[in-house]
Structures are given as C-alpha cells and as structure tokens.
Design a protein around this ligand. Structure first.
Ligand code: C2E
Ligand code: CA
Ligand code: CA
Length: 563
C-alpha cells in the first residue's frame, strides 16, 4: 500500500515567457507550479509561507543580478533555508558564484530532456525532505537552538576536532520564569524564549559556539573563553524587561571556565556550571557565578557520596544512632522514646554527619533508599530491645518530604511494622513542618491515611515552616516538636522564649504532647518544664548514641521502675 502524499509545489522564478511555458509543461503533471517573474515577489511569497513550497527553480539571467541577491537573502533568513534552490543556468552563467551562495543544483538552458529535469527536481526535493526531518529532531522549535540530546551528541563529536582554544561551559537560567507565564500568559513567555534563542544564535557566530535549550527556561552554551559574562547577562536581562515588568525575574549565569576537555564528559561540564548558577539562586546582588575550586571540591565530594551510597547500604556503613527523649512533667524524668538518626561511617572519609548528605540525597531522590534502610534498621532494633531487655522503647523515624511522593510509602512502613511485630505505639514517624507548607494538600491526604492505620505523626521543626494558623487544625499531628532554634536562643532573647511558649500553648490547644529538642542545659529544661513542655530531647540527657550504648538508658529506666 502506498501512503498518500499531497502534490508538492514548485516555484518557478523566471521572466522569459518561453521558458516559463516549457517548465510548466514538463513539471505540471507531477507538481503544482507557481510562476513569478521577479525575485522580489518570490521572496514575499516564500517568507509568507515557506512550508508551502518544496523547491524553487531560479533563473540566473534575471535583471540586476537578482538571482545572486535572492541566494544572499536566503542565507540571511533561516525560514528560507529549508527550501532547496535549483538555478537555471546558461553556458556563460555565473555557476561558481551561485554555488558559493548555496545553490543546491543546476539545470542548463536551453531546457531540453524533460525526464532529466524532472529527475533532478525530484531528487533534490527528497534530499531536503530528509534533511528537514532530521533538523526537526535536532532543533528546539521555540528557540531555534539545538535540543539537549542533540547538543551533547554533537559536542562529543566535535571535541576531538577542537582541542585548541580555551573554552567555557555556561548555563543561563531564568529564575522564576514561571511567573511570566502566570502573569502575562504563555504566548508572552514563548516570545521571550524565542527572542533569547535568536539572540544566542547571533552570538554563537562570534563566539564560535553551540547552544541548546536544556529545560523550559535553561540554556547551555559552549563557547570560546570569555573573561566576563556581565554584558551577556545585562543584555538578556534587558530583553526580559522589555516584555515583563517583574523585577524578581532574573537571568543568572553560571560558568565553568577553561573546560578541561580531557577528563570528564560534557554533561559534567554543564553540571559544574549549573552548580555555580545554583549557588547564586535567590541572591539578588550577584547574577554571574564562576565555578571555582571551593565549589569543585564540594562537587567532587558530592559525586563521591552519590557513588558510594549503594555500597554503604550493602556493607551497612550507615549506622542508626538513637537519641533518648525524656518525659519531664513527673517527679523524675522518664525515658519515653527515642529518635533514630543516621550516621555514615565511611571506610575512607570517616564519620559523616547527616547534614552533609541528607540534603544532597533529597535533591536527587536517593533519600528514599536511605530512609527505607533506616526504617528497617530502627524497627529491627526496637524488636531486639523488646526481646533482649523485655522493654519497649518507642522509636520515631524521620520521613523526608520526598518520601511523601512515594505512592508505596504507607505499604512500606506497614510491612516493616508487621515484619517486626510492632504496634503503632512503638514505631512513629517524624516529618518536618516545611513539608506541610510545601505540599499541604498531598501531605495531609497521605498522613491522614497513615493515621487511619494507627501511625502517630510527630511534626518536626515546628515554627520554621510557616504553616498558617488557620491550617493547624486541619493538619494530622499527634506530637508537636518545637524547632531547636527557639530553645537555643530562649535565654538570650525574649522573642524566642515567647515563641517556645506559644508553640507549647498551640500543642495544648491541639491536645497533643509537645517535645523540645536541642535542650543542652538544666536551666533550659527548667524553663521548658515551667512552660508546660512534656518531653525533652537534647545533649542535656544524651547525644545520639549507637544502640549498644543506648542500652544503658533502658537499664536505668528499668531500675527506676523496679524500685
Ligand atoms: P532533626 O530531625 O531535627 O534531628 C535533630 C538533630 O538535632 C540531630 O542532628 C541531633 O543530633 C541534633 N541534636 C539533638 N540534640 C541536640 C542538642 O542538644 N544540641 C545540638 N546542637 N544538637 C542536637 P543530626 O543527627 O545531625 O541530624 C540532622 C538532621 O538530619 C535531622 O534533623 C534530620 O532532618 C536529618 N536526618 C537525620 N537522620 C535522618 C534520616 O534517617 N532520614 C532523614 N530523612 N533525615 C534524617
Ligand atoms: Ca527529626
Ligand atoms: Ca527537628
């Protein structure tokens, strides 16, 4: 079965009526023909609807060298470059010049041998159809720049041929571009991106560069080294200002200078430039950032941690430590529960604090794997304490904001509890308040469902996440944890003391226990006790310790009860 193909249109640009007629006769059986007598009219028609025409047959003998001028114009306008041009030439025609100007093929006059003319036309049309098809996948429609896949593909091909001059990898990010779409509408957003694309294309020629649109509002450029990118930033920023009067939408540029072409792959060059760009995100005094040795060291370490985490889990280099929480409202403090906190004992880098890797793993999703490991370890530990010491220490595990997006979260935690024969009173979850304000609707749904299965939810770091007061009653919370910063500054500053008091009052209003963490001194403990805080966690009682060491708190608690 042959597929239906509409008749293609050929434009004949020829002022000689005799030739017009001959061409018409030869071509009309296979093609639609549009005849124009001069290049001005031809250009107007083509610019207006370039996709209509599959081929131009161009007479070389038009007055005022307008054939050559037509070819020059074609070189200036990218929308004309997808249409092939065959020049109708004569014995003494300027073939060489036309060839240099980009003519694709020649047909010699007088116009005889109809089958040869037809075959030439058909071959060139096919050739261009294929070429245009390939270009569509190479180029981003909106900006006219390469697509990211093609960009890296192409870079890999040209690197071996281009080891001479110094080069830079730059990332251009338009911060909060989303606002333009929201305020001015998508079509304005598209116009801006198209303008930036056109500007970069122009710039590419001077900087011997290639570029792509790497994300909705992110561009990558690989170019000859420049000492300064402030001018580029200012030009792009002005371009934005012409369209949108939103002063917190900003063009940020991150640069990895003097790309080291021998060592890492091109994707990593742009990761580095992006690291520099991310560093100035939200910083309104700096718009251009250079990737430097400090960032380089940080980047390498992060790459190392990402690489090593799989082995760490396999070899159990991740250790779960436990920090006791004490109920303080009775005569004596009583061990009430513990928080599971991860540590990484790396075989060569040594002891690594969670603050050094949790945010990194949250940014790339690996946190899900790490948390799953901690949840299992902690549950198994509670079971062991129960079996070995005949004592239950309820443990709370941290659930990252990223875990909330895992549709299997509830199942995973339920299975872990069942496998270790634990009840919801023995195994609780902590989730930071900022996760509530980030994705309140989704989070409330997930947590409500978990609560219906019996889980107890502790809201962590309360007071820093800007939950609106009106939302508080709708939040699924069983325990409220006051953020450490209020406790730390309680004695220095009346405002922080008031905040701690206020949060304890909110807990009372919600009829849930309050926990203060980061309590280091007896006087902090006394103040919090007076305010009505129920539970204390902090160095005053103990730092987080490995499970073998935690047993001493269990022993001590048991002996209190046995007295
Ligand atoms: P967080 O959940 O707010 O945990 C409390 C942090 O405060 C812990 O730091 C703990 O060691 C520290 N801390 C406790 N008492 C005191 C004190 O009296 N003084 C001071 N200065 N600090 C105290 P850590 O263990 O370094 O954990 C930091 C953060 O890393 C945690 O904050 C939590 O957000 C995250 N994290 C730790 N383990 C995990 C985990 O297994 N999964 C996830 N998703 N996050 C975790
Ligand atoms: Ca916590
Ligand atoms: Ca906390």
């Amino acid at each position: 079965m042959t597929s239906f193909k509409p008749r293609q249109n050929i434009m004949v640009v020829e002022d000689n009526p005799e030739n017009q007629e001959i061409l018409q006769k030869i071509l009309e059986e296979s093609y639609n023909i549009t005849v124009v007598g001069d290049t001005q009219s031809a250009l107007l028609l083509l610019m207006d609807s370039p996709a209509t025409y599959s081929l131009v047959l161009l007479d070389i003998d038009l007055p005022n060298e307008s054939c050559q001028e037509f070819l020059r114009q074609r070189n200036l306008h990218s929308r004309l470059q997808s249409i092939p041009v065959i020049v109708l030439t004569t014995e003494d025609g300027a073939d060489e010049e036309c060839c240099k100007l980009g003519a694709d093929e020649f047909i010699r006059k007088p116009l005889k041998h109809a089958p040869v003319i037809l075959a030439r036309c058909s071959r060139i049309i096919d050739l261009y159809e294929n070429k245009n098809l390939v270009q569509q996948t190479e180029k981003d429609k909106l900006s006219g720049l390469y697509t990211i896949d093609y960009f890296f593909e192409y870079l890999k091909q040209i690197i071996p041929l281009d080891m001479g001059s110094d080069r830079d990898a730059i990332v251009i990010n338009i911060e909060r571009f989303r606002l333009i779409n929201e305020i001015y509408g998508r079509s304005v957003g598209d116009q801006i991106l198209a303008q930036i694309g056109a500007y970069l294309q122009e710039m590419l020629v001077n900087l011997n560069a290639i570029a792509c649109r790497a994300g909705a509002d992110i561009f990558y450029v690989y170019c000859i080294h420049q000492d300064d990118y402030q001018d580029l930033q200012a030009t792009l920023q002005n371009m934005l200002a012409k369209f949108a009067n939103v002063n917190n939408i900003r063009v940020c540029i991150g640069v990895w200078q003097y790309v080291d072409r021998g060592t890492v792959d091109p994707e990593s060059w742009f990761d580095r430039a992006k690291t520099a760009c991310d560093r100035i995100s939200g910083n309104f005094t700096t718009s251009v950032a250079i990737y430097n040795s400090g960032l380089h060291t940080k980047h390498l370490r992060e790459e190392r941690l990402i690489h090593d985490i799989y082995e760490a889990i396999e070899h159990k280099d991740l250790k779960v430590y436990y920090q006791p929480k004490y109920a303080i409202q009775g005569d004596k403090p009583h061990l009430r529960s513990a928080e599971a906190l991860i540590r990484w004992i790396h075989p060569t880098l040594g002891f690594i604090n969670p603050g050094d890797f949790i945010p990194l793993f949250e940014s790339n999703g690996l946190i899900q794997m790490v948390d799953y490991y901690v949840w299992n370890e902690a549950a198994a530990q509670v079971r062991r304490w129960k079996e070995e010491n005949h004592w239950t220490v309820p443990v709370s595990v941290n659930v990252s904001r990223i875990d909330i997006y895992d549709p299997d979260l509830e199942n995973k935690l339920c299975n872990i509890m069942q496998e270790n024969k634990l009840s919801p009173n023995e195994y609780m979850i902590e989730i930071t308040e900022s996760a509530y304000s980030e994705n309140s609707k989704g989070l409330i749904e997930v947590l409500n469902s978990m609560r219906s299965k019996g889980f107890h939810i502790e809201m962590d770091d309360f007071g820093t996440g800007y939950s609106s007061l009106s939302m508080l009653t709708a939040l699924p919370i069983d325990i409220l944890k006051i953020d450490m910063s209020f406790v730390r500054n309680m004695e220095l500053d009346e405002k922080n003391k008031k905040m701690a008091e206020l949060i304890i009052d909110i807990a009372k209003f919600l009829k849930v226990p309050s926990v203060a963490e980061g309590v280091e001194t007896e006087s902090q403990l006394r103040t919090l006790r007076k305010m009505g805080c129920d539970v204390i966690q902090g160095y005053f009682f103990s730092k987080p310790v490995p499970p073998e060491e935690f047993v001493k708190f269990i022993e001590k608690e048991k002996s209190l009860w046995e007295k």
